[in-house]
Ligand binder design. Structure first.
Ligand SMILES: NC(=O)c1ccc[n+]([C@@H]2O[C@H](COP(=O)([O-])OP(=O)(O)OC[C@H]3O[C@@H](n4cnc5c(N)ncnc54)[C@H](OP(=O)(O)O)[C@@H]3O)[C@@H](O)[C@H]2O)c1
Length: 301
């Protein structure tokens, strides 16, 4: 790493990973260009010292301006879960990002992908991330770090309303299979370190499996105990009921279909790490730590 202060562009800076990455980079003294779509939501990062830029992730001209001159860029597909054709939207965003990276000449890119993105089909939402990995790999002259984390702990915030109203948690994932899950901040720590160090070359892949594997039964037990609902149940829904619930909640049928396909891939053991769990792919934050935060959000409802 050179001694000059790096400029780093962070996409999705008001989201789960981008927000935490931007704050970690600011704390380390980097110049941060924080991207989002809502100036009001970006204001806190501006107060923290970031240059904030609001625009659409499907606009390659906006993205190229935001990327140009940066020492490194953090990219993700920010696809709206209400998009009528989620997969087409992933491709549109992905093309815009690739075009902007080519136009801007950025050399180091850390891209958020997912475990399972080694496969091009049968994994729902994740197949769109596979396509983006392939797109980014084709850009000449870019040193690309592909981060492949597992499900975020923060996904369980989507269950807050269900717990409050129905007194249970529900999804299509099998209740008792243990799957890896991770805190968004553990991804942010790895991404920020890489964006600052820029110490890899060519295409590198980093799988991130969180602190341990957890079943949804165990998740419900931990969250239930922490929010004062001991015995909170996890119920495995059939695919049709889950699709109906997602569409009723405002998500597009297209996204719901891809989500269901993804959970089927988890249930059938088709999404997993390339090697077993080890020190390099295991991260620190325990689900119990997240449960504290979750309880705060539940109490505030
Ligand atoms: N959740 C998981 O378990 C998981 C696991 C592996 C990989 N992933 C991947 O992670 C990615 C999402 O990352 P994340 O969770 O860090 O982000 P996130 O919390 O979903 O936030 C998305 C960010 O992008 C912004 N955004 C959304 N639409 C935009 C648009 N049209 N133009 C400009 N900005 C826009 C959002 O702004 P607002 O704040 O204004 O909405 C927000 O800053 C997805 O590609 C997903 O497939 C997720």
């Amino acid at each position: 790493m050179s001694n000059t202060i790096p400029t780093i562009t962070v996409m999705g800076a008001t989201g789960h990973t981008g927000g935490k990455i931007a704050r970690r980079l600011l704390a380390a003294g980097a110049k941060v260009r924080a991207l989002g779509r809502n100036p009001a939501k970006l204001a806190a990062l501006e107060r923290a010292g970031a240059e904030v830029l609001a625009g659409d992730t499907c606009d390659p001209t906006f993205l190229a301006q935001a990327f140009r001159g940066a020492d490194a860029v953090y990219t993700l597909l920010a696809t709206d879960r209400r998009a009528p054709d989620y997969r087409a939207r992933q491709d549109q965003e992905g093309e815009a990002i690739a075009e902007a990276l080519r136009a801007s000449g950025v050399r180091h890119v850390v891209a958020l992908s997912s475990l399972g993105a080694d496969q091009g089909e049968g994994t729902g939402v994740i197949a769109g991330l596979h396509a983006q990995e392939e797109r980014l790999k084709r850009i000449a002259g870019v040193h690309l770090l592909l981060l492949r984390p597992v499900s975020f702990f923060e996904n369980f915030y989507d269950a807050l309303g269900q717990i409050k109203e129905a007194g249970l948690m529900a999804d299509t994932v099998e209740a008792d299979i243990a799957v890896p899950m991770i805190a968004a901040d553990d991804i942010a720590a790895v991404a920020a370190q890489a964006l600052l160090a820029r110490d890899w070359s060519g295409v590198a892949v980093r799988e991130l499996l969180g602190q341990r594997d957890l079943s949804h039964t165990e998740v419900a037990r931990i969250l239930g105990e922490r929010i004062g609902k001991r015995g909170l149940a996890y119920v495995q829904l059939c695919e049709a009921d889950m699709t109906g619930a997602m569409v009723d909640a405002g998500l597009s049928p297209s996204f719901a279909g891809l989500y269901i396909e993804m959970t089927r891939a988890f249930n059938e053991g088709r999404v997993g790490p390339s090697a077993g769990r080890n020190a390099a792919n295991t991260t620190a934050t325990r689900f119990e730590d997240f449960a504290e935060e979750f309880a705060g959000a539940y109490a505030a409802m």
